[in-house]
Design a protein around this ligand. Structure first.
Ligand code: GDP
Length: 510
C-alpha cells in the first residue's frame, strides 16, 4: 500500500538507495516521497518557529468607558447608478459648508472631511456604490457608521437601490435617504418615499425614524440639511472612541506614488496617529514619515474617524487591512515576519492536501493499469507501458523475480526507440538461452543520467548504452558508485559484452 510506504519513509530518514525495490512501484511515486519529505522538513521548521511564541500584533482590549470621547461619523454614499452619487460627493467636497479653506486642489485619497459651520465634522468615504462597501465588509472592515442612500426623485427605487438597502441592513448600518434631483420638473419625492416603504425604509413622515432630505446634488441645494441630518443621527448613535493609546484603524486605499513610494489612506478608529508612529498592516509595516489630508496638506496628527494619507510604508499593504500601532520597528519586523510564516504554513497545508489527492489518483491509475495487464508477464507489461509512453522509463516490476538463479540487473539506454527495442529483443532471446536472469531495471532513450547511475548502483547492476553518451560528471559518479558503464556504437560489440558479463555470473560448469 503506497500510503503505508510513504508514511514509513517519512518517519525515517529518506535514503532512496536503501529502498526495498519491491516497494518502489513507480518513479513518479519516488518523486512524491521526496517532495513530501522535503515538505515535512519545512513544515517542522515552520511549526517550530511558530510555537516559539505567538508574535502577532492584536487589537487592544476594549477601552475604559471614561476615556471615550465623541467622534465624527464615517459615511458611505450608496444608491442606483446615475442617481447622482458622484455628483453629490463632488458638491459636498466643494460646498460652502466646508468651513476650512481648501486652498489646494482636492485629491482623491478615498475619503474627505466636511465641517459644518457649527464645528461638527463628517468623514465621507468617496468611493460610492456598494461594491466598495461590501468588499470592505467581506474583509471584516466595517468602516462605515452611516449610509446615505441616494435615490433620484425622477426615477424612484431601482435594483441597486434595493441592493444598497440590503447591504446596509446586513451590516446593521443606519440609513439616511437623500432624495436627489429634486430640481427636475418631473421630480416626485413623495413617490420615492412611498416606494421605500416596501423595503422597510420608513421615513419620518410615515411615522418611521429614517430621515429623508430633498436635495439637488447638481445645484448644491439643501446639502447643509443633509449634513445636519447626518450629524443628528451620529449623536443618536453616540459614536465614541478613545483618542489616546496605541492607534488602530483601517486601510481604505493603497497605491504607489512615484515620489512617496507606497501610500495608503487610513481611517483612524482608536488613538491618535502622529509622525514617527510605527504601524503594521497585514505583512507590511511603516514608520510614519508624513501624514497628508485630502488637500495634500501636511497634518501633524489624526484622531478617531479622521482619514489621512500615510507615507512611510516599507511595502504596499492592501486596502481593507487592519492597521495597528506597535512600539518599535523591531516589533514591527517581528510581527510581519510572523505573519509571513503563518501564510507560508497555510500554503504548505494546502499543497499537502493537493499532493495527497494526487497520490490517491496515482494509486487508482496504477491499480487500473495493473488490472488490465494481469495476464501478461512482467516484461510484456513493461513493453506495453513503454509503448504507451515512450518518453517515460518503464518501471521495475513489483513482483519479485523468483529464482535462485544468478541475476544480472541492467539498464538499457539507446539513441532512438528502434535501438532500444532491438536491444530488448536481443536480451529476451539471450535470457531464454541462458540460465541467468536478466533483470532490466530500466530502459529508455537518451544519454545516461544521474538517475540511471543511482538506480544501477542500488541494484548492483550495469548500464548498457547504444549510441548514447555519458557526461564527465556522470562517468565520475558511476565510477564512485561502482557502476559499470558499457557504451557501444556497434550493436554486436554491445551484445558480446553482455554475453561475457552474463557468463561471468554463471556458475562454473562442473
Ligand atoms: P452616479 O452614477 O450615481 O454616481 O450618478 P452621477 O453623479 O454620475 O450622476 C448621473 C447624472 O445625473 C449626471 O449626468 C449628473 O449630472 C446628473 N445629476 C446628478 N445629480 C443631479 C441633480 O441633483 N439634478 C439633476 N438635474 N441632475 C443630476
Amino acid at each position: 500500500d503506497f500510503d503505508h510506504v510513504v508514511e514509513a519513509l517519512l518517519n525515517t530518514a529518506v535514503d532512496l538507495d536503501s529502498l526495498d525495490p519491491d516497494s518502489v512501484l513507480d518513479e513518479r511515486w519516488i518523486k512524491e516521497v521526496v517532495t513530501r519529505s522535503g515538505m515535512k522538513f519545512r513544515w517542522a521548521k515552520l511549526s517550530e518557529s511558530r510555537e516559539r511564541a505567538n508574535k502577532d500584533a492584536r487589537r487592544r482590549p476594549p477601552a475604559d468607558p471614561s476615556s471615550l470621547k465623541p467622534r465624527p461619523p464615517v459615511v458611505t454614499i450608496m444608491g442606483h447608478v446615475d442617481h447622482g452619487k458622484t455628483t453629490l460627493l463632488d458638491s459636498l467636497r466643494k460646498s460652502q459648508i466646508i468651513s476650512t479653506e481648501a486652498g489646494g486642489i482636492t485629491q482623491h485619497i478615498g475619503a474627505f472631511l466636511v465641517q459644518l459651520p457649527t464645528g461638527e465634522k463628517i468623514t465621507f468615504l468617496d468611493t460610492p456604490g456598494h461594491a466598495a462597501f461590501s468588499s470592505m465588509r467581506a474583509r471584516g472592515a466595517n468602516a462605515t457608521d452611516i449610509v446615505v442612500l441616494v435615490v433620484a426623485a425622477d426615477d424612484g427605487v431601482m435594483n441597486q437601490t434595493v441592493e444598497s438597502i440590503q447591504h446596509a441592513k446586513k451590516a446593521k448600518v443606519p440609513v439616511i435617504v437623500a432624495v436627489n434631483k429634486c430640481d427636475k420638473p418631473h421630480a416626485d419625492p413623495q413617490r420615492v418615499k412611498q416606494e421605500l416603504l416596501a423595503h422597510d425604509i420608513v421615513c419620518e413622515e410615515f411615522g418611521g425614524d429614517v430621515q429623508s432630505i430633498h436635495v439637488s446634488a447638481l445645484k448644491g441645494d439643501n446639502l447643509l440639511a443633509l449634513a445636519e441630518a447626518t450629524v443628528a443621527l451620529a449623536e443618536v448613535l453616540e459614536l465614541k472612541a478613545e483618542p489616546t493609546g496605541a492607534v488602530e484603524g483601517r486601510i481604505i486605499e493603497s497605491r504607489t506614488d512615484k515620489g512617496k513610494g507606497p501610500v495608503t489612506t487610513v481611517i483612524i478608529q482608536r488613538g491618535t496617529l502622529k509622525r514617527g508612529c510605527v504601524l503594521v498592516a497585514g505583512k507590511s509595516w511603516a514608520k510614519v514619515r508624513f501624514l497628508f489630508d485630502e488637500n495634500g496638506r501636511v497634518v501633524t496628527e489624526a484622531g478617531p474617524s479622521a482619514a489621512v494619507e500615510v507615507v512611510g510604508w516599507k511595502e504596499q499593504p492592501s486596502a481593507g487591512e487592519l492597521l495597528l500601532e506597535v512600539e518599535s520597528e523591531q516589533r514591527a519586523r517581528e510581527v510581519t515576519e510572523w505573519r509571513s510564516y503563518e501564510e507560508e504554513l497555510q500554503k504548505l497545508q494546502e499543497e499537502q492536501g493537493a499532493i495527497e489527492n494526487k497520490q490517491k489518483l496515482h494509486l487508482e491509475e496504477y491499480r487500473k493499469e495493473r488490472a488490465g495487464l494481469e495476464h501478461l508477464t512482467w516484461r510484456q507489461r513493461k513493453r506495453v507501458k513503454y509503448k504507451a509512453n515512450r518518453t517515460q522509463y518503464a518501471t521495475r516490476p513489483s513482483e519479485k523475480i523468483q529464482s535462485d538463479e544468478p541475476c544480472l540487473p541492467i539498464i538499457i539506454k539507446g539513441d532512438v526507440d528502434g535501438s532500444v527495442e532491438t536491444l530488448l529483443n536481443i536480451v529476451d532471446s539471450y535470457e531464454a538461452e541462458q540460465q541467468c536472469q536478466l533483470d532490466v531495471l530500466h530502459f529508455g532513450v537518451g544519454d545516461i543520467s544521474e538517475n540511471d547511475v543511482n538506480m544501477a548502483a542500488t541494484f548492483t547492476g550495469s548500464i548498457y548504452g547504444f549510441n548514447v553518451a555519458a557526461s564527465k560528471s556522470i562517468q565520475q559518479l558511476a565510477e564512485r558508485r561502482g557502476v559499470p558503464l558499457r557504451l557501444h556504437k556497434v550493436i554486436y560489440r554491445l551484445v558480446d559484452e553482455l554475453k561475457d558479463e552474463l557468463s561471468s555470473k554463471l556458475p562454473a560448469i562442473v
